[in-house]
Ligand binder design. Structure first.
Ligand SMILES: CC(C)(COP(=O)(O)OP(=O)(O)OC[C@H]1O[C@@H](n2cnc3c(N)ncnc32)[C@H](O)[C@@H]1OP(=O)(O)O)[C@@H](O)C(=O)NCCC(=O)NCCS
Length: 160
């Protein structure tokens, strides 16, 4: 899709993202109920993904990418995110995630990246495997018992 860039999370972008609604079963990724101010707080690690001036998704770095019940150590930087709902399922996720990894490598210099993915979400797991993430643990969330997979990859290698 041409160049995709990381940009600061503005209030406008945040208001857009919290209004996104994914079709089931992906509705568990809706940020309904989250305050825009949470996304714009730099301490929470949210960044915008922009293509030709339009918000197409977001990436997040840090503990907000963790799920209660997972065992996490300091060996990797957690990351997550999402595409705008109408842009999912079109093969754009690889570039979106890769753009985040390139940015995260340059900014945070982590030894590795870690993503916690819902067990049912084979679509996301497939994109992550294509980016050299491998499953390193599975667990059930302490909040609702749903299964999750932790996937990791070393940072620093060529992303795409
Ligand atoms: C997760 C996400 C980045 C994936 O990107 P995407 O562009 O939608 O994914 P794609 O269309 O490239 O699909 C990836 C692969 O999964 C396959 N796939 C799609 N739906 C599938 C399903 N229900 N079961 C199994 N595989 C599926 C696709 O055929 C494709 O296979 P391919 O690699 O052989 O072409 C994107 O959907 C997203 O941001 N979703 C928001 C909610 C979410 O899932 N967040 C997860 C955060 S970890």
């Amino acid at each position: 899709m041409g160049s995709v860039e990381i940009a600061d999370m503005t209030r406008e972008y945040a208001a857009d993202i919290i209004a996104w609604r994914y079709p089931p079963p992906y509705d568990c990724y809706d940020l309904a109920g989250v305050e825009a101010a949470f996304l714009t707080d730099p301490g929470n690690g949210y960044l915008a993904l922009v293509h030709e001036g339009r918000l197409i998704g977001f990436r997040v770095f840090g503990v907000d990418g963790q799920v209660p019940g997972g065992v996490y150590d300091g060996s990797a930087l957690d990351t997550g995110g999402g595409l705008r709902p109408e842009l999912t399922g079109r093969g754009l996720g690889r570039q979106a995630i890769a753009t985040g990894l390139t940015y995260g490598t340059a900014r945070f210099r982590p030894a590795a990246f870690r993503v916690t993915v819902a067990g049912f979400n084979l679509r996301a797991q497939r994109v992550l495997r294509g980016l050299d993430f491998t499953p390193t643990a599975t667990f059930e969330a302490t909040t609702d018992g749903r299964p999750f997979v932790i996937m990791t990859r070393p940072a620093g290698d060529s992303v795409v």
